[in-house]
Design a protein around this ligand. Sequence first.
Ligand code: GLC
Length: 659
Amino acid sequence: MDVKTIIEKMTLEEKAAFCAGKDFWHLGGIEEFHIPETMVTDGPHGLRKQAREADHLGLNESVKAVCFPAGCALACSFDPELAREMGAELGKLAQAEDVSVVLGPAMNIKRSPLCGRNFEYYSEDPLLSARMAAGAVKGTQSQDVGTSPKHFLANNQEYYRMSSNSVVDEQTMREIYLASFEEMVKEAKPWTIMCSYNRVNGTYACENQEYLTDVLRDEWGFDGYVMTDWGALDDPVESLKAGLDLGMPGPMPDNAKRIVDAVKDGSLDEGVIDTAVERILNIVLKYVENHKKDAAYDFEAGHETARRIETESAVLLKNEDGILPLQEKENVLFIGEYAKKPRYQGGGSSHINPWKISSVWDEIGTMEHVSWTQGYTDSSRDHNGEAYLREAVELAKKADKAVIFCGLPEIYETEGVDRKKLDMPENQNTLIRAVSEVQPNTIVVLHNGSAVTMPWIDSVKAVLELYLGGEASGLAAADLLYGKANPSGRLAETFPLRLEDTPTYPYYGVEKDDIPYREGRLVGYRYYNTVRKPVLYPFGHGLSYTTFGYADLRLDKIEMTDGDELTVTVDVTNTGKTAGKEVVQLYVQNPSLHEVRPLRELRGFRKIFLEPGETKKVEFRLRKRAFAEWNPSMHDWFVPAGCYHIEICANAQEVLLEV
Ligand code: GLC
């Protein structure tokens, strides 16, 4: 039965009801045409399917699912292929659990490191964010399961997210917040998009014709359906007119009645509903017609994939005197709860019921020369903190090296709440200082969903940033600490020295109605570089157990018009003794003309594997958009004539080669 025939046979009431879910997680079926109910559910880094009746906070048990590294970790792999592999895993389990759309990837720009949901999101940079999301979308949809990239648009804080109004100038919106979705929509063609709770320049995202229709559909060619975030719908009639198709969660009998009344009183054209029903039905049928009823999911393989992804995502921030990797014969004291019970995911709608949690202790606890001590406690009920600290210091004196597993407790980072500071818990900072005073070979292993300050950084020799690394993060940590794997992650967000240095300070998290994005397009490294502000660790930073050399940067032209394509090549060599992966980063330094433009912007990246001594030639092709800015008076992309520098960088601050 083709969709148009079905729609012709549906009553107005049925069509109106179909533009909302049937219940919390399901779209209604249409029995007459043998269309079953279909389920949509979270989340970005693992399937959260509630076994019994739904509750929004996910208090009810979800089915077992492999918990993959959260977006904050995955993005640091700088490898969209890895995102695609993870997406495919989500799609496979979704097929096995008969879920038609996985509500992810979560891909809002990290406007401030204080945002409570940053652990779910990828980056402060729109190119990295869009490419990682495109990988995830392609992966899941390769399994004939849909995605719902979220939250469209400019949902960059949790504080008053249901009602706040993101006030963003057109140039910033285009270059940063829309850009983060644009390439993903064009390249990966998501089956659906989830629009956000907040207002965007005065109009709710669910009712915003400019972004839902003019940009998303007419400009970018999106052809799936738009669903609301849960409970985001305000005016069903205005939303349908603007380009929203599905209100979640269902049912919404009052909204269906308002829609029917609007058609009857002539204020809503029935064709508008027909279009929404058609868009939804196209996706429902795409799933139903390809659903593999007997699909089974290989959890062991999924767990191994989660381990491999985290191994490629963790970032080695510091490694003084080559203190890492550890040697098996060294006496190593492991300190901290997270060595036995890793913090591996965030709170809220993305929270997964993990299939199997592997700690670093599971992997190395049986080795001869390792020991463990509590060190600190996250629990406010456990009053032994002082004793844990004293014992950790005493034991650390006698060890060859001390490895402190620490980071942000779950309550610090969850959907619905933003952080008020960037600091780790004081008891952990105290412990790190106390241990490093008696043990010069102190290593810190971090578990956090977003940037933290490190007041102790000068007194520790190494820092390994795991972020929230998924259920197998402990295995990845063991591989990386003992050199079975070579770290290859790079920071997808800047680690500022202190909160006051961030571009949104002191306004972020204070305003709750109009939220002016005062910093404009100077987000993340675009801000710190342009105002020459020092940071703790820059975007793109990450070390390896080997070293890489760069040579022979070449451009196939040094003058071009905006219709040309520029080919850039550079030779990269592994100049060390260990095989490893490098993230080759290409930035364009913009000409400093009359206006304030970001100093340099990431315009290409490639992750490559190199054996010791091996050289590879890496090629980038740059077209107009790599040099363009959005011209608000022309309402279009424009390349101001001038001298642009092509830069190969180790990170957003350190230029290795330029032409
Ligand atoms: C939540 C989240 C969204 C999630 C949805 C369903 O409020 O904002 O990301 O997919 O509701 O749980």
